[in-house]
Design a protein around this ligand. Structure first.
Ligand code: SAM
Ligand code: SF4
Length: 498
């Protein structure tokens, strides 16, 4: 697929709509004040036990913490206090999400990109990368494997920034995914929620994605630290504009996409600063739109092909600090969904579950077109970075079930309007849990009957029976309708939900 250099240049020139930055800034300033964040991190040291406990009580009430409170928690060193923080993080997760975990798969659509982020294997100046854009037919093939063979119901589709993969390509590829139905044991396998990780878009473009029916729209700020951002994203590239990216979520909200996903790439700058940035960003969205981050992601920098920066960064985050940052994010933004990906190795993914993680990918392949290729190769020049966990969805689900977690394939929330502010209020009050508990069992039953191996089936039955007992005790009024749906699903009916 060829496009002239001149056409690319004029496309880049029109990308950033300055008006869609200026309408949100105050006197040209954005809401991330680097000096204030540094001051707060320096000031809130050595808090006494009582102060930390008061902050933890606020988190337990599912209230977003202030930046001072977040800084206090980030600076805790005392072993016992840290344990208390971890225990509270788990309590919050149980209160809001109980023992449910959501799984998804990433689907990389293309790896052409006009930007030049120093840490990314897809960057323009990486002449050693093999470039590819999936055709609509290829997207269909990938979707068939994901929905028909593996049994995924949710995807996150990932795009670089390039004229041939602009919003029209995004719209068409997402439509193909929703339209792909594959005959499986009982009925059809189909992707029911497509989340998007893409470059920042204009309000008009975001409305197009809203109309296709996307789930969450994710844009990671990478680093909230202005100077570091400047160094890693060359000026003159689209991504070089910090504010265009920072206000991408404001524009999404305005366009009606009210489930937005924030993230920082940990390892580019000081990890405590990045957590403060994420909390500030979520608070800003709550202030301006009444809705905070639907999800927060915290990928750690991974080695990428022909990208020496990824090996040399002095801000790489240790496993110990990673666990702490996961804990503090759960405590500071208690209602948010927290995503850990297969970039992380198995043991880290396992440990972080008890600190508040709610979503994870499995059976992951990040090479372009890799799901429909017969052999699973981690081809370095075709993918963005190397994976830490390549286990199948079946293996991951068995492990979750053995640990007492139920995998939910529920996508009802967004299909019946429980999104944005509505879902936030339900999550904060604990009411969303009622729908979720029922839908988790129903969708898990579907999945195990259609896709599970014999070993996974055994582990899954145990957890399902426990859940059904709890539903009978805790929700006697809805139980009859629930058990009717459950039995219908066992007999092969599909897609019944509350
Ligand atoms: N091109 C879009 C953008 O940059 O916003 C979205 C796609 S990009 C492939 C998705 C995310 O991958 C980035 O936001 C970045 O956080 C992450 N990423 C890039 N290089 C990485 C690396 N070496 N290790 C881990 N994550 C990386
Ligand atoms: Fe392009 Fe995104 Fe990679 Fe940057 S991180 S080079 S914008 S794909």
């Amino acid at each position: 697929m060829k496009i002239k250099e001149q056409e690319i240049k004029s496309w880049i020139k029109d990308r950033i709509k300055q008006k869609e930055i200026d309408k949100y800034t105050e006197d040209g300033k954005d809401f991330i004040d680097d000096n204030k964040i540094q001051e707060k991190l320096k000031k809130n040291l050595n808090a006494d036990v009582k102060k930390v406990e008061d902050i933890l009580s606020k988190s337990l009430e599912i209230e977003t913490l202030s930046l001072d409170e977040t800084a206090t928690l980030l600076n805790v060193k005392d072993f016992e206090l840290l344990e208390k923080m971890k225990n509270t993080a788990l309590k919050i997760k149980k209160k809001v999400y109980d023992n449910r975990i959501v799984t998804f798969a990433p689907l990389y659509m293309c790896n052409y990109c006009v930007n030049d982020c120093l840490y990314c294997g897809f960057r323009k100046s990486n002449t050693k990368a093999t470039r590819r854009i999936l055709s609509l037919e290829e997207v269909k093939e990938e979707s068939k494997v994901l929905a028909g063979d593996i049994g995924h119901k949710r995807l996150i589709v990932v795009y670089g920034e390039y004229p041939l993969t602009d919003v029209n390509y995004m719209k068409d590829t997402i439509q193909v995914i929703y339209d792909t139905k594959v005959k499986i044991k009982n009925g059809f396998g189909q992707i029911r929620r497509v989340n998007v990780n893409a470059p920042p878009l204009s309000i008009e473009e975001l409305k197009i994605l809203h109309d296709v029916g996307i789930g969450t729209f994710q844009v990671f700020q990478e680093t909230y630290h202005h100077d570091t951002y400047k160094k890693l994203h060359p000026q003159g590239t689209i991504k070089g504009n910090y504010k265009w990216r920072l206000y991408g979520m404001h524009r999404a909200m305005e366009a009606g996409v009210d489930d937005v996903g924030l993230g920082a790439l940990f390892g580019l700058y000081n990890w405590k600063f990045e957590v403060m940035g994420l909390v500030a960003h979520s608070r800003e969205l709550e202030d301006k739109f009444g809705i905070g981050a639907h999800t927060i992601s915290f990928p750690r920098l991974e080695p990428a092909y022909n990208s020496p920066y990824t090996q040399n960064s002095k801000y790489k985050v240790s496993d110990e600090d990673f666990m702490k940052l996961v804990t503090v994010i759960r405590l500071s933004v208690p209602y948010t969904g927290m995503i850990i990906t297969a970039r992380e190795p198995e043991d880290i993914r396992r440990k972080s579950l008890s600190l508040g993680i709610t979503q994870t990918d499995a059976s992951t392949r990040i090479g372009i077109g890799a799901y429909s290729e017969k052999v699973n190769r981690q081809e370095s020049e075709k993918q963005q970075f190397l994976l830490g966990d390549t286990r199948s969805l079946d293996e991951v689900i068995k492990e979750f079930a053995d640990m007492g977690y139920i995998t939910s394939f529920c996508t009802a929330g967004y299909r019946c309007g429980r999104t944005g502010k509505c879902i936030m209020d339900l999550l904060k009050s604990g009411q969303e849990g009622n729908y979720c508990k029922l839908n988790a069992v129903l969708t898990f039953r579907e999945w195990i009957d259609d896709f599970a191996s014999q070993e996974t089936l055994k582990s899954a039955e145990k957890i399902i029976n426990k859940e059904i007992k709890e539903i009978k005790q805790q929700m006697p009024k809805v139980y009859p309708k629930f058990i009717d749906y459950y039995n219908k699903i066992k007999n092969g009916e599909r897609d019944l939900y509350f």
